[in-house]
Design a protein around this ligand. Structure first.
Ligand code: KIV
Ligand code: ZN
Length: 401
């Protein structure tokens, strides 16, 4: 059923809201902090990418964080994304978030309170009843300052599901418009996630009034898988970061979620507003700002994501790229795929590269050059175009063919 949200109006059933938390949860990764100017540049890039919500920071955390949230809110005072600030469930935090996000055209106050027995006992020292009461008080206060309020159940995935249902019901009754269930410590499996979201969406009274959101950490490398399982169970907001940066092993990566939704529409029946050809540019901007590059084999944005080295794959890709590529490189911002010449490469790729480099060689010359290329490839990890040119020029001088 279509849902009407204070910031987004009426949303199509299959529309996934992309909540980007690169500037808040992402910035919490050790060594990834950004200054104000860098945050503004990232916010602009995320807007151009098509993120629907930017979590700009945690306003009460420091004067610098407050200033960043406020500056980003001012930057988007006319149009652009919803600007959110995180708050714990207390008056000072909520008032700081309300104040910092006020200049935004569409401000959001985001409140987090833990709901697992472990966190309530050890960290909060609160009973279940006290937590329920705090949810009602804090969400009610936030709603007096913003029409768009998100409530998050910290450690939600390790919470007692019946109690979690009561918490979600209380938050919606108090006026929360988005309900977020984080897998705070990256413990869940996709089947757990599916069950949690199906239960909440189908059983909690009033669930149809809120958007359900998923927020997954990558401690077991399952953040994206859990995000997709939540989407399949009806979640319509996903919280993620560029390059998957975030606390410990990181958050679900925005680029992987967006491309999974696009590539596997057959299974997920959903769509995002992400302009996917801008993905690579945004990923590179973050890497430049933070000084941390992504690993070569990172899905979508790693330098090997569209590179082919083995002969069998190269032969297939040269005939039809869809044999070994499930999306086009251009669809995520690469200008082309790449055929890497190394010891696993075959004759077809070698001949193709010679042609690209402008060499028309006969069969004997090709055989000799290919043999010498393989010997060189055993010594070098990657054989570059200059090496190939040198090999063939040498053959020509030696007068083969
Ligand atoms: O992982 C988490 O629980 C969080 C919340 C603050 C949403 O980041
Ligand atoms: Zn988190």
């Amino acid at each position: 059923m279509a849902i009407t949200h204070p910031s987004f109006g009426t949303l199509a059933d299959d529309r996934i809201i992309i909540f980007d938390t690169t500037l808040r949860d992402g910035e919490q990764s050790p060594g990834f902090s950004m200054n104000l100017e860098e945050k503004l540049r990232m916010a602009e890039a995320l807007h151009e990418l098509g993120a629907d919500v930017l979590e700009a920071g945690f306003a009460i955390a420091s004067p610098g964080d407050f200033e960043s949230v406020q500056s980003i809110a001012k930057r988007f005072s006319k149009d652009g994304p919803v600007i959110a600030s995180l708050s714990r469930a207390n008056t000072a935090d909520i008032m700081a978030s309300a104040e910092a996000t006020k200049p935004a055209a569409r401000p959001r106050i985001h409140i987090v309170l833990a709901t697992s027995d472990l966190h309530m006992r050890v960290k909060l020292r609160m009973t279940r009843e006290e937590v329920l009461e705090r949810i009602t008080q804090s969400v009610t206060l936030a709603r007096n300052h913003a029409a768009d309020v998100e409530w998050s159940a910290e450690d939600g995935s390790r919470s007692d599901l019946e109690f979690l249902c009561r918490c979600v019901e209380a938050a919606i009754k108090a006026g929360a418009t988005t309900i977020n269930i984080p897998d705070t410590v990256g413990y869940s499996l996709p089947a757990d996630m599916h069950e949690i979201f199906s239960t909440l969406i189908n059983k909690v009274p009033g669930a149809e009034k809120a958007i359900f959101s998923t927020h997954n950490h990558n401690d077991l490398g399952l953040a994206v898988a859990n995000t997709l399982a939540a989407i399949q169970a009806g979640a319509r907001q996903v919280e993620c970061t560029i390059n998957g940066i975030g606390e410990r092993a990181g958050n679900a990566s925005l680029e992987e979620v967006a491309m999974a939704v696009r590539t596997r529409h057959d299974a997920l029946h959903a769509k995002t507003g992400i302009t996917t050809p801008r993905i690579l540019k945004t990923s590179r901007l973050l890497a430049t700002i933070t000084g941390f590059d992504v690993q070569p084999n990172k899905a979508i944005v790693g330098r090997n994501a569209f590179a082919h080295e083995s002969g069998i794959h190269q032969d297939g890709v040269l005939k039809d790229a869809s044999t070994y590529e499930i999306m086009t490189p251009e669809s995520v911002g690469w200008s082309t795929n790449s055929i890497i010449l190394g010891k696993h490469s075959g004759r077809a790729a070698f001949r193709d590269r010679l042609k690209t480099l402008g060499y028309e060689v006969g069969d004997n010359q090709l055989n000799d050059a290919f043999k010498r290329f393989k010997e060189l490839a055993d010594r070098k990890k990657v054989v570059y175009d200059e090496d190939i040119a040198a090999l063939v020029d040498d053959e020509v001088v030696r007068g083969n063919d």
